[in-house]
Design a protein around this ligand. Structure first.
Ligand code: HEM
Length: 428
């Protein structure tokens, strides 16, 4: 059977950082793909061909089958052909993973490593850090209100709060947070000219790899010192758990150790910042919605879940087929590369009624922004809890809120969301 090929404009859009920043035109392409070619190959001159997976059901099926759809074979984030070749040349064993974290691992390593911290991120344990998170939320609200009657909510508020929370849990002192923020934005938003190190458009594979090497080396140096410290004097933080963990009876090898810190340090904030800003944008646009959730007695769970669906901060992950597989009426061949497009799955008409309406009252919100299966987001309960606490602390302290300018999204195919959200507000 021949493989269905996507029209050039759809294939071009899903690899284009500026298309994710523009958002609506991309959504139109994804609507078309879901209806006409939900599992079809994207061919672009710069990239190896990959299957674009746009339907919720197909992404679930692939995610629940890590034996056949692996993370460790090809890049887990879309990378162009030159970039992958350079990364393979630059990595031990040529595996192409500049970082080896949970995300790049398959069985049996993946579960061994995941179990080292999984208990920490479970709702029961998170209750221990709830008071501390609330304290950080209150400081965040105080800071926002100290800015007067306007702010860039994305930059001035949403970018800092989840960063402070994850750094606190991890054990990174507050004075090092700006460095962590800059490094994460360079790692994830590295294609956005406003966020990258040189503040100029980074487009060529050489530029991206050189910048990533620099950023990763910076992270590694930082966490090497933290490891030494926590081995000498353990504390009640995740750095202590990671630094002192053993795998197969020995210490975690350096590369995996650095990867572990990096995934916890980076996955935990830009993502939650994006969904927090996404929630705030909808509240700022709709006074009735704001009034409803401002009420201290309101149940905010539906708002949080819908904001996560609506913003879908992680826009895709890639998988690679380990063998031939029939799925969604297509034959995926061993070695094929697949893009799980969460942006598309979270607007899938087959799963969500009126997918382009922001509706906190969805009965059973099956959003898939945290992925699914063995790799499902380790921090999903933490992310929800952080958003919930911030909304509880912030909304009652505002009398009104509205947009004060044009919001803007990050130019990135991977972690996206609002980088600018100008708000005007009145304190209560
Ligand atoms: C994995 C999304 C917040 C840590 C993932 C995955 C997604 C995701 C899509 C991959 C799932 C898959 O492959 O099936 C998000 C979103 C967040 C968020 C949308 C916020 C709204 C966090 C937070 C942490 C975190 C707060 C805190 C530590 C991780 C880790 C992984 C992961 C460690 C790798 C898990 C593995 O491969 O086993 N996340 N995440 N994330 N996330 Fe999150």
């Amino acid at each position: 059977m021949t493989k269905p090929i996507l029209p050039g404009e759809v294939a071009a859009a899903v690899i284009d950082p500026t298309a994710y920043a523009a958002w609506e035109p991309l959504q139109e392409q994804l609507v078309w793909a879901r209806a006409n070619a939900p599992l079809a190959v994207a061919e672009n001159p710069t990239h190896d061909p990959f299957w674009l997976v746009t339907r919720h059901a197909d992404i679930m099926a692939i995610s629940r089958d890590p034996q056949r759809f692996a993370n460790g074979i090809r890049p887990t984030v879309l990378t162009d052909r030159d970039g992958e070749a350079l990364a393979r040349a630059a990595t031990p064993g040529g595996d192409g993973h500049l970082i080896r974290s949970l995300v790049q691992m398959d069985a049996p390593d993946h579960m061994k490593y995941r179990l080292l911290t999984q208990g920490w991120f479970m709702p029961k344990n998170l209750r221990i850090v709830e008071d501390r998170i609330r304290e950080i939320a209150r400081e965040t609200v105080d800071h926002m209100l100290s800015l007067g009657d306007t702010c860039d909510f994305a930059r001035d508020v949403a970018a800092h709060y989840p960063l402070r929370v994850i750094m606190d849990i991890l054990g990174v002192p507050a004075e090092d947070e700006p460095r962590m923020l800059m490094l994460t934005q360079q790692l994830f938003g590295s294609t956005d000219p406003e966020l990258n190190r040189g503040r100029e458009a980074v487009r060529s594979a050489e530029q991206v790899i050189a910048m990533l090497h620099y950023v990763i080396a910076d992270f590694e140096n930082y966490f090497r010192e933290l490891t030494a410290d926590r081995r000498a004097s353990p504390r009640a933080d995740i750095a202590t758990v990671i630094a002192n963990a053993t795998i197969d009876g020995g210490q975690i090898p350096d590369r995996e150790l650095a990867g572990y810190y990096m995934i916890v340090a980076t996955a935990g904030h830009d993502t939650t910042s994006a969904s927090t800003a996404g929630a705030m944008m909808e509240l700022a646009k709709d006074p009735a919605l704001f009034a409803r959730f401002r009420d201290a007695a309101s149940d905010k769970a539906g708002l949080i879940e819908e904001a996560i669906r609506w913003s879908t901060p992680v826009q895709h992950f890639m998988r690679s087929a380990k063998e031939d597989v029939e799925i969604g009426g297509q034959t995926i061949r061993e070695g094929d590369w697949l893009m799980l497009n969460y942006v598309s799955a979270n607007r899938d008409e087959a799963v969500f009624a009126d997918p382009f309406t922001f509706d906190p009252d969805r009965e059973k919100n099956q959003q898939i922004a945290f992925g699914f299966g063995a790799h499902v987001c380790l921090g999903q309960h933490l992310a929800r809890m952080e958003m919930q606490i911030l909304m509880e602390e912030l909304l009652p302290r505002l009398k009104s809120v509205e947009l004060a300018g044009e919001p803007a999204r990050v130019e990135s195919v991977f972690v996206g969301g609002l980088k600018r959200l100008p708000l005007r507000f009145e304190a209560a």
